[in-house]
Design a protein around this ligand. Structure first.
Ligand code: GDP
Length: 533
C-alpha cells in the first residue's frame, strides 16, 4: 500500500446522478456545485441545460455534443472531500454513454420527483446499477410541490426494486405546507419560515423533542403538520431499519433523503450525509483477482472515447477512470489489449473549450488522454504486472435503423467514419451474414444517437446518409451456436444477425418474442448484455 495514494483515495467520492428528465438533476447538480464553491461551473450547468432543450437543428446538435464533452466530470471540494460528479450526458440523459459512465462511478444518486415517483428512465438506470453492483442513494426532490406522501414513495421504491429504503431525513409537511426537514441522524428539525427559490432563507433548528403540537405556535408550524410528521417519524423508527454499510454496498439498501433542490432545502444536509455514506473508490476485480486501489502502480480503464472533440484540435480523447495508484504526467503505462507501452505526456481535464493539463491524478479521478488510435473502449491501462479489469458491458439497443450512404463516391469516407463511430461506442452495427446485400443495421440505446451519427458523418466525413427505421425493439446475443446447433427457431418478424465484433445475435420486436426464442431454443443461451472486447 502506498500512503499518499491511500490518503488521496480516501478523500475522493466519485458518483453519478441518475434520473428521469425533469426530476431535477440539473438543479441538484447546480446546487451541489454551489455548496462546493464552484459558482462559475454551476452557472454553466444551467447554460448547458437550456442548450440541451433546443433540439434537432444541426448547429444545436453540435453545441449539444460540446456539452456532453464538457460535462464528463464536474469536480469540487467539500468538507475535505474531493468530489467527482460524473455527468451522464445525452438527450434525455439516456444513451450508451450514460450506461458506460455509470461503470466509472463508485455510487449513484437516484433523483425521484416526489409527485411522479419512480419513472421509466430512472428505473432502467437503477437496474443497470443493481446489475453492476453500484450502490444507490435516493434523493426525493420537489417536496415543496404537491406530491405523493413520503411513505408512498418509499413503498414504491421498495416494491419496484426489492430493496430496503432507509430514511436519513424526513420532510415536515409537503406542498404548500412544506416547512422543513427532520434530520433523523442528529435528531434535529430544520425549519424554514419562508420557502423561496430566489434566495437562501434562514432556517431555525429545534431539537426533535421540542417539536411538539403544544409548541406549534412558537414553531410557526400548524399543529396538524407537527403531529403527522411525528407520527411518520415514530413509524419509521419503530420499523427499526438502520443503515448498514454492507447492505448498502451490496445493493440491498438505499438511504433516502427528502428535499427541494430548487429552494435549497435539504440539499446541504444531503451533501454532508451523502459524502459520509458514499464509498471511497473501491478495489476493482480483474482477471488476476482484486486490484487494490491503494497500490503504488497506476491503473485505470477507458470508459469513453470521443473523436474530433474540438474542430481546432481534431483529436481523440480517451477518458480514463483512475482505479489504482498514482497517475503522473509523462509516466509510461501499458495497454492490456495491445501490450503496447506508451508514454502519457498529457492528461486533460476538460470543461467546455477549456483544457487544463493534470499533473497527477488518484483513484476516483477521471483523466482525458490524447493518444490517437491507441485506445479502445474498455481498455485497461496499467503499470507493473499485466492484468485487465472486468470488461465493459454493451447493453441491448432499443432503436434500429438501416443507414445508407446516398453518394456512392463517398463510400470510403462513409466506412471510415462509421468504423470510428463504432469504436467510440456511439453506435452498434448489425448485419445479416447470409445476405448478399450489404445492409447495415444501426442500433442504439437512445434515439438521438442516430442524429448524432448522421450529423457527424456529414460534418466530419462530408458524407450524406439516409436512414430508414426498423421496428425491432431489442437484441439478444446468442451463446451456444456451434457445428451441431446451427438453426434457430424464430418468431415472425425477428432477424438473425451478427454484430460488429462477429457475435451472433437476434433482433426482436417484443419481450414476448424474446421469451419465445428462449423457450423454443433450449440448447442456446440468450443474453441482453454482452461484454465489450
Ligand atoms: P432535469 O431534467 O432532471 O435536469 O431537471 P431540472 O433540474 O432542469 O428541473 C426540471 C424543472 O423542475 C425545472 O423547471 C426546475 O426549476 C424544477 N425543479 C427542480 N427542482 C425543483 C424543486 O425542488 N421544487 C420545484 N418546485 N421545482 C423544481
Amino acid at each position: 500500500m502506498n500512503r499518499t495514494v491511500d490518503q488521496q483515495r480516501n478523500r475522493r467520492r466519485t458518483f453519478a446522478i441518475i434520473s428521469h428528465p425533469d426530476a431535477g438533476k440539473t438543479t441538484l447538480t447546480e446546487k451541489l456545485l454551489l455548496f462546493g464553491g464552484s459558482i462559475e461551473i454551476a452557472g454553466a450547468v444551467r447554460g448547458r441545460k437550456s442548450q440541451r432543450a433546443a433540439t434537432s437543428d444541426w448547429m444545436e446538435l453540435e453545441k449539444q455534443r460540446g456539452i456532453s464533452v464538457s460535462s464528463t466530470v464536474l469536480t469540487f471540494e467539500f468538507d475535505d472531500c474531493l468530489v467527482n460528479l460524473l455527468d451522464t450526458p445525452g438527450h434525455h440523459d439516456f444513451s450508451e454513454d450514460t450506461y458506460r459512465t455509470l461503470m466509472a462511478a463508485d455510487a449513484a444518486v437516484m433523483v425521484v420527483d416526489q409527485a411522479k415517483g419512480v419513472e421509466a428512465q430512472t428505473e432502467k438506470l437503477f437496474r443497470v446499477c443493481a446489475m453492476r453492483g453500484i450502490p444507490v442513494m435516493t434523493f426525493v426532490n420537489k417536496v415543496d410541490r404537491p406530491g405523493l406522501a413520503p411513505l408512498e414513495v418509499i413503498d414504491e421504491i421498495e416494491t419496484k426494486f426489492g430493496i430496503e429504503v432507509v430514511p436519513q431525513n424526513w420532510p415536515v409537511g409537503g406542498g404548500q405546507d412544506f416547512r422543513g426537514i427532520v434530520d433523523l441522524q442528529q435528531d434535529m428539525v430544520h425549519l424554514y419560515d419562508e420557502i423561496s427559490s430566489s434566495r437562501r432563507v434562514a432556517s431555525r433548528q429545534v431539537p426533535f423533542s421540542d417539536f411538539t403540537p403544544e409548541n406549534s405556535e412558537d414553531l410557526n408550524v400548524a399543529a396538524g403538520v407537527v403531529t403527522s410528521t411525528r407520527d411518520d417519524v415514530d413509524l419509521i423508527r419503530s420499523a427499526g431499519t438502520h443503515f448498514d454499510q454492507e447492505q448498502f454496498m451490496a445493493g440491498k439498501q438505499s438511504p433516502i433523503f427528502f428535499g427541494s433542490a430548487l429552494t435549497n432545502i435539504g440539499v446541504e444536509r444531503f451533501l454532508r450525509g451523502f459524502l459520509k455514506l458514499c464509498p471511497v473508490p473501491r478495489d476493482r476485480t480483474s482477471n488476476i483477482g482484486e486490484i487494490s486501489a491503494s497500490r503504488e502502480g497506476f491503473a485505470g480503464f477507458v470508459f469513453k472515447i470521443q473523436a474530433n472533440l474540438d474542430p481546432r484540435h481534431r483529436d481523440r480523447v480517451a477518458f480514463v477512470r483512475v482505479c489504482a495508484g498514482r497517475f503522473e504526467r509523462d509516466m509510461e503505462a501499458t495497454v492490456a489489449r495491445s501490450g503496447k507501452k506508451l508514454r502519457l505526456p498529457r492528461a486533460l481535464r476538460i470543461f467546455g473549450q477549456e483544457r487544463e493539463t493534470m499533473d497527477e491524478a488518484y483513484p476516483g479521478d477521471i483523466i482525458g488522454l490524447v493518444n490517437p488510435g491507441e485506445f479502445l473502449l474498455g481498455d485497461t491501462i496499467f503499470q507493473g504486472e499485466p492484468f485487465h479489469y472486468e470488461a465493459l458491458p454493451q447493453f441491448s439497443p432499443e432503436f434500429f435503423a438501416v443507414l445508407n450512404c446516398t453518394d456512392t463516391s463517398r463510400r470510403k469516407q462513409f466506412d471510415r467514419g462509421l468504423s470510428q463511430l463504432v469504436e467510440e461506442g456511439a453506435i452498434q452495427i448489425f448485419h445479416d451474414p447470409r445476405s448478399t446485400v450489404r445492409e447495415l443495421i444501426l442500433a442504439a440505446v437512445g434515439e438521438l444517437q442516430f442524429d448524432v451519427v448522421r450529423f457527424r458523418l456529414e460534418s466530419e466525413y462530408n458524407t450524406q446518409t439516409s436512414l430508414s427505421w426498423r421496428s425491432f425493439k431489442l437484441t439478444r446475443w446468442i451463446e451456444g451456436l456451434n457445428d451441431e446447433v446451427t438453426t434457430l427457431k424464430l418468431p415472425y418478424g425477428a432477424k438473425r444477425v451478427r454484430d460488429q465484433f462477429g457475435h451472433d445475435a437476434v433482433l426482436l420486436q417484443t419481450e414476448w418474442d424474446a421469451n419465445f426464442v428462449e423457450r423454443e431454443n433450449p440448447k442456446l443461451r440468450f443474453t441482453s448484455m454482452r461484454m465489450l472486447g
